[in-house]
Design a protein around this ligand. Structure first.
Ligand code: SF4
Length: 241
């Protein structure tokens, strides 16, 4: 038999099924809890911490996307401490990553009155655009390490396991095994990673070519030339030595 738990969120009593997260309970109560790494079709890991809430009696703020609702909890989704923590998270993100193509995060920066100069002396991620396949480009200077692409590539959807975290600390990035080009990895070019990416870090190749000033005709010619080259390569007799 399914059990329920009743708790208080922002002063409102609410009942959710056992196992529901604080984010589920907050949404049910109509509270506006911001998220970035959370995606309704991906497993939550509480990586970005933007959804933090304050639980009475707990020392640290809880990531609402992973913390389970428990009976008689008293939760605040918008206390001063919560707002300050979210603002700092956004300011740090803004200092390190190019968010110019992440409109939702740009909105959150405004909503939380983030000081975009606060960490302006900080280290900023700068990466070359990776253009190693015909389907999409990867610009990790816009990557916020939300891990959604890794999850859909792995056991949340595709089971291809082509990408994962690589490096540590500031050097952490998303990469293929041994940093090989995607065409040499287990990637099947399903495009699900592009679909869940909340920034412009992953983008269809055609969109990127248009944005970088290529004309439609030029893109079609480029594509046709690549197809011809591929066909020639496939027809080439096998050579030894
Ligand atoms: S590439 Fe996109 S989806 Fe993948 S971790 Fe970076 S921001 Fe998230």
């Amino acid at each position: 038999m399914n059990k329920n738990v009743t708790l208080t969120i922002d002063g409102k009593r609410t009942t959710v099924p056992e196992g529901a997260t604080l984010l589920d309970a907050a949404v049910q109560c109509g509270a506006d809890v911001p998220t970035i790494c959370y995606h309704e079709h991906c497993t939550s890991y509480g990586l970005c911490r933007l959804c933090v809430v304050e639980v009475e009696g707990q020392r640290v703020l809880a990531a609402a996307c992973v913390a389970k609702a428990q009976a008689d909890m008293t939760v605040s989704t918008a206390s001063e401490r919560v707002i300050r923590a979210r603002r700092t998270i956004l300011e740090m993100l803004d200092s390190a990553v190019d968010l110019s193509e992440a409109p939702e995060i740009e909105d959150q920066l405004n909503d939380y009155k983030a000081d975009r100069e606060r960490f302006s002396e900080g280290w900023e991620r700068e990466c070359e655009v990776v253009d190693d396949n015909p389907m999409f480009i990867r610009d990790y200077s816009q990557c916020i390490l939300c891990w959604r692409c890794v999850q859909v590539c792995a056991d949340d959807a595709q089971y291809a396991f082509a990408i994962n975290f690589s490096g540590r600390g500031h050097e952490t990035s998303i990469s293929t095994f041994y940093d090989q080009q995607l065409t040499l990895s287990t990637c099947v070019f399903c495009g699900q990673c592009v679909g869940v990416c909340p920034t412009g870090a992953l983008k269809p190749k055609r969109e990127w070519l248009l944005e970088t000033g290529h004309e439609q005709d030029e893109i079609i010619k480029l594509t046709q030339a690549k197809r011809r080259k591929k066909k020639r390569r496939q027809e080439r007799p096998y050579q030894t030595g």
